[in-house]
Design a protein around this ligand. Sequence first.
Ligand code: FES
Length: 100
Amino acid sequence: MFRRIEDIGSDTVTLWIDKREFQVPAGISVAAAVLLCGFDKVRDTPVSGSPRLPYCMMGICFDCLMCIDGVPNQQACQVEVRHNMTIDYQRGAAELPQQE
Ligand code: FES
C-alpha cells in the first residue's frame, strides 16, 4: 500500500511495536514505520473506540497519537524512530500524570 519515493539510505533501526520486533529504515517517523509494518490502527478513540491511523503526517490532525517509550499522547508523525524504541497503541484517552 505504501512505498517510499526516494531512497534515504540503507541504515535500519530495531523497533518494538505492540511488543513485536521490526526493522525499519533509519530517519523515518514513527507513523511511517507503523504504516510500513502493516498495522491497521495506532489508537482507539475515547468515545466510540473507533480505530484511527495517521492521516495528515504533518502534525495537524492528531490521529496518530501513540504511546512511545512509555509516554502517551505522542504524535507519531512528529517523532523520528530510534533504536530499541517501544511503541504501543493508545487505547482511548491517556491518563495524565497526577500532580501532588
Ligand atoms: S498524522 Fe496528523 S498529526 Fe500525526
